[in-house]
Design a protein around this ligand. Structure first.
Ligand code: HEM
Ligand code: HEM
Length: 184
C-alpha cells in the first residue's frame, strides 16, 4: 500500500502551476491579491472544496470495505494530493494577513498538513495490501505493535484537529461572506 511518492510529485506539480498563476496575477495587478477579491476569493473557495474532499472522501471509502470503487491506496493518494494542494491554495487566499479567527483557521490548517505528513510516515511502516488491510511483513511483532499504537495515538490527535479546523473554517466563511462580501 502507498508505494512510491507519486501523489507528492503530482502535488508539487500542481503547486508550481498554481504559484505560476499567482505570480502572474501579482505581476500584472502589481500587488498581493486581496482575500475578498475575485482571484483571492476563488483560491479560498477552490482550496476549501479540496480540503472538504480530503476530510470526507477517504473516510467514506474506508468505511465501505465492500465497495469496489477504487483501491484504498489510490484513495489515500488522492487524499494526500488534495490535502496538500487545497491548503496551499487557501494559504495564497489569505493575502498573507493572519488576524483573528481566520489566522487561527490558517494555523490549524498548517498543523493538520504537518500532522498528515507524520501520519503518512507511520502508516507506511505497517505492511498492508493495496486495499489497506494489514498483512504479515518484515516488521517484528514488537515493532508492529509499536507502530499500531503510534498510529492509534496519531488518529486521536489528527481527527479532532480536523474537526476544530472545519468548525472554525465555517464560522470564518460565514462571517467573511456576511461582513466583507454581502455588506459591501
Ligand atoms: C480553511 C479555509 C480558509 C482559511 C484558512 C482562510 C483564511 C483567511 C485569512 C487568514 C484571511 C485574512 C484575514 C485578515 O485580513 O487578517 C481570510 C480572508 C477572507 N476569507 Fe478566508 N479562509 C478560508 C476559506 C475561505 C472561503 C471558503 C471563503 C469564501 C467562501 C473565504 C472568504 C474570505 C473573505 C471574503 C475574506 C476577506 C475578509 C476581509 O476582507 O475582511 N475564506 N481568510
Ligand atoms: C486538509 C488537510 C487534511 C485533512 C482535513 C485530513 C483529514 C484526515 C482524516 C479525517 C483522516 C481520518 C481518516 C479515517 O480514518 O477515517 C485522515 C487520515 C490520514 N491522512 Fe489526512 N488529512 C489532511 C491532510 C493529509 C496530508 C497532507 C497527508 C499526508 C502527507 C495525510 C495523510 C493521512 C494518512 C496517512 C491518514 C491515515 C489513513 C488511515 O489510517 O487509514 N493527510 N486525514
Amino acid at each position: 500500500m502507498l508505494r512510491g511518492n507519486r501523489e507528492l510529485w503530482w502535488a508539487v506539480g500542481a503547486g508550481i502551476l498554481i504559484t505560476g498563476v499567482y505570480g502572474a496575477v501579482v505581476f500584472f495587478s502589481r500587488g498581493i491579491p486581496a482575500a475578498g477579491d475575485l482571484f483571492g476569493h476563488g483560491l479560498g473557495i477552490m482550496g476549501f472544496i479540496l480540503m472538504l474532499m480530503t476530510e470526507t472522501l477517504y473516510s467514506l471509502r474506508k468505511r465501505s470495505r465492500n465497495a469496489s470503487w477504487g483501491k484504498m491506496s489510490s484513495w489515500l493518494q488522492f487524499h494526500i494530493f488534495t490535502g496538500l494542494v487545497g491548503p496551499y491554495m487557501v494559504l495564497l487566499h489569505t493575502s498573507w494577513k493572519f488576524n483573528g479567527l481566520a489566522g487561527a483557521v490558517t494555523l490549524l490548517t498548517i498543523i493538520i498538513v504537518l500532522s498528515g505528513i507524520v501520519g503518512r510516515y507511520i502508516f507506511t511502516r505497517i505492511p498492508r495490501t493495496l486495499d489497506g488491510l494489514e498483512i504479515e511483513g518484515t516488521l517484528s511483532e514488537a515493532a508492529l505493535r509499536q507502530a499500531r499504537q503510534l498510529m492509534a495515538l496519531w488518529h486521536m490527535i489528527h481527527i479532532p484537529i480536523g474537526m476544530a479546523l472545519f468548525i472554525s473554517a465555517f464560522v470564518h466563511i460565514g462571517a467573511a461572506l456576511y461582513y466583507a462580501t454581502f455588506l459591501k
